[in-house]
Design a protein around this ligand. Structure first.
Ligand code: GAR
Length: 193
């Protein structure tokens, strides 16, 4: 029988880490073709770091203020990713804009989940902006990361309705459910290749 070789994932977070946890849950299934080898945060207080540690996953934090500049901060993160042997780098609520040095290093292996139907609503406050714009549909996107913020090639999207009485919070919750499913599915497909 051919050995089941699972692709290794580095997951970068800044906070809650619910997308990271969704990925972690998917990797518990024997037939899931990927596993998390490292979780990295720019925020030592990120709740997702605790979740990773409890699951026995290497968790590292790199606080921006501990580094002289953006380049040395990113360099330290890249060294940790490289040492982990990650095949695919997944941004999951990582709230820093990455330099082109970083994105070029992992070209084709660096993906992000964004809470809107890109190319609509790049950047922050996507849910409120969708409501204010009168959108009838909203959702989330997994895309490759390049040096353009939220501008890399789209891999897959999930759509939810915007309801009349939605607030940014109710809409965010509906989108988040889809984010978790979408990220699990996209990683499954990429890891199988
Ligand atoms: C998610 O909604 C993710 O799409 C978003 O931050 C949230 C993180 O939640 N990412 C961005 O806005 C990136 N531009 P999580 O920490 O619970 O996964």
């Amino acid at each position: 029988m051919v050995a089941n070789i699972r692709k290794k994932l580095a997951v970068l977070i800044s906070g809650r880490g619910s997308n990271m946890e969704a990925i972690l849950n998917a990797t518990r299934f024997k037939d899931y073709p990927a596993k998390i080898c490292i979780v990295i945060s720019d925020n030592p207080e990120a709740k997702g770091l605790e979740t990773a540690i409890k699951s026995g996953i290497e968790a590292r934090s790199f606080k921006r203020n501990d580094y002289q500049d953006k380049a040395s901060h990113e360099q330290a993160i890249m060294e940790a990713i490289n040492a982990s042997g990650a095949d695919l780098i997944c941004l999951a609520g990582y709230m820093r804009i990455l330099s082109s040095d970083f994105t070029d290093t992992y070209d084709g292996r660096l993906i992000n989940i964004h809470p809107s139907l890109l190319p609509k609503f790049k950047g922050l406050n996507t849910h409120q902006r969708a409501i204010t714009a009168g959108e009838k549909e909203h959702g989330c996107t997994v895309h490759y990361v390049n040096s353009q913020m939220d501008g890399g090639k789209i891999i897959s999207q999930a759509v939810v309705p915007v309801l009349e009485d939605d607030t940014a919070d109710t809409l965010a919750s509906r989108v988040l459910i889809e984010e978790h499913k979408l990220y699990q599915e996209v990683i499954r497909n990429l890891a199988k290749q």
